[in-house]
Design a protein around this ligand. Structure first.
Ligand SMILES: Cc1ncc(COP(=O)(O)O)c(C=O)c1O
Length: 469
């Protein structure tokens, strides 16, 4: 036994302590602040101690209290960014995944984990209308988008052997920041990402896309791929997928759909995602709208051969020892990642426990909460809605009689004050140059009563930052 070994009794005692802490934390979420009262220096002081040379044994766990206290709690009134709420059955599965410590590189290394991940991915793909797609889990939407565009590049302008060739990628001005990042990392150059204007609903304007492709062809450039958003990060707008799909087929362009925010909502509202299956590749994020604990991104693709063309490059030590099609399967042949944690376990257990129907219903409730907030904003003369509500993101602001800059300043101050007040957590967006308050509902804990708090909180914060009239 070395100094790192735990007895069964010690493990049980520690696990009981952690379980108790987690259970009490979850039980207190309803009344927890949406943001802790913290400052940079206070948090740095709380965790400023160097790592100990001598172990503290069970006393080490005493420090978990401050970690929880200084963290932003996943309360029912958290509406920031696009961040799921952390489903607890999945959290328990994550503990077991760490105990099992499977390295989900290949079947050879992790037979159950590989079979389960392949099954979960195929089954979710079918559930959102993309039957026949396969893929893998990954760190998040950014990684999935990078890998999706790597597939696109290798399929249309192969680069793996001789380096990147010029190629043009198209996306709307509302596209997530991970796309310009991916285009840069793949050596295509951000100057070759054409940001196409959007219509009044923040959806990519297909006529403008068509014109941009024609202009590039006329100039001798090589159009390569279109990235359509299946729920833009700012407003949740869904680009016209069938039309984009048709244009891609016409010009032999790779169609990647960034569905990291929205595409899992196809479980609840499939009609809004007509055309999703036109995609060659599709990013999803189960740690967003499937409420899974981080991290749980996913890349789906129609043709596994395209993924292998992009990623298969195997060192001898990892080569398959079997000719059996199941036993020779390796995720590293289709993914950028080699060492991978057993992410599928949480997704599988969580969906097995609750059933897909419960997730559809929770997504439906999020959509209803967004409509509820949109109505409350519209009914309040001091506020205005800044974009149509396509999915579950609501962008709005407090009106201001002064200049646009004054209005932006007021709303930025309101956001700061809302967060300080700690009853709800909102984030922000910039829409046509305007600062917007933004609430995004991907939270299985939220009830209508929590949504009803948002407008009064914004108005209270506005009174506080405006001072006496
Ligand atoms: C549309 C969209 N794409 C990609 C991402 C990136 O996902 P991740 O944060 O999991 O990398 C986000 C994150 O909010 C998003 O909304």
């Amino acid at each position: 036994m070395n100094g790192l070994t735990l007895s069964e009794g010690e493990f049980r005692a520690l696990a009981a302590q952690v379980t108790d802490l987690a259970a009490r934390y979850l039980a207190g979420l309803d009344n927890a602040r949406a943001y802790p009262q913290v400052s940079g220096s206070a948090v740095a002081r709380a965790f400023g101690e160097a790592l100990p040379e001598q172990g503290l044994q069970a006393r080490a766990l005493d420090a978990l209290g401050p970690v929880l206290a200084h963290s932003r709690a996943p309360t029912p009134r958290f509406f920031g960014y696009v961040l799921g709420s952390g489903e607890p059955v999945a959290a328990l599965a994550d503990l077991l995944a760490s105990v099992l410590n499977q390295n989900v590189t290949a079947w050879r290394s992790a037979p159950a984990a590989v079979a389960l991940e392949r099954q979960v991915v195929a089954s979710l793909a079918a559930a959102i209308g993309c039957a026949g797609f396969t893929g893998s889990l990954c760190g998040g939407g950014s990684m999935a988008n990078l890998m999706g565009l790597a597939l696109a590049r290798e399929a249309r302008r192969p680069a793996n052997e001789r380096g990147a060739q010029p190629g043009v990628v198209y996306a709307s001005t509302e596209v997530h920041m991970s796309i310009p990042k991916a285009v840069a990392l793949l050596g295509l150059g951000r100057a070759n990402l054409r940001l196409i204007r959007v219509d009044e609903d923040y959806r990519l304007d297909v006529a403008a896309l068509r014109a941009a492709v024609a202009a590039d062809l006329a100039a001798g450039n090589a159009p390569l791929a279109v990235v359509a958003s299946g729920g833009t990060v700012n407003t949740g707008s869904i680009d016209p997928l069938p039309e984009i799909g048709a244009l891609c087929r016409e010009h032999n362009l790779w169609m990647h759909v960034d569905g990291a925010y929205g595409a899992l909502a196809a479980l609840a509202v499939p009609a809004q995602f007509a055309g999703l299956a036109e995609a060659d590749s599709l990013s999803l994020d189960a740690h967003k709208w499937l409420y899974q604990p981080l991290d749980c991104g996913m890349l789906l693709y129609r043709d596994a051969a395209a993924a292998r063309a992009a990623f298969s490059f195997t060192g001898d030590y990892a080569k398959s020892l079997s000719a059996d099609p199941l036993e020779s399967f390796a995720f590293f042949d289709e993914s950028l990642e080699l060492s991978r944690r057993f992410r599928a376990l949480k997704l599988w257990l969580s969906v097995r426990y609750h059933g897909l129907g419960a997730f559809r219903a929770a997504i439906g409730a999020d959509l209803a909460h967004a409509r509820q907030l949109a109505r409350a904003v519209t009914d309040q003369a001091q506020l205005e809605l800044l974009a149509p509500v396509a999915l579950s993101a609501v962008c709005f602001r407090h009106r201001h009689p002064g200049s646009a800059a004054d209005c932006d300043r007021l709303n930025a101050a309101i956001l700061g004050r809302v967060i300080e007040r700690g009853r709800v957590y909102l984030s922000n967006a910039t829409l046509r140059g305007q600062f917007a308050l933004r609430a995004c509902f991907v939270n299985h804990r939220t009830q209508a009563a929590d949504v009803a708090v948002i407008v009064p909180e914004v108005l209270a914060a506005a009174r506080e930052v405006s001072g006496p009239a």
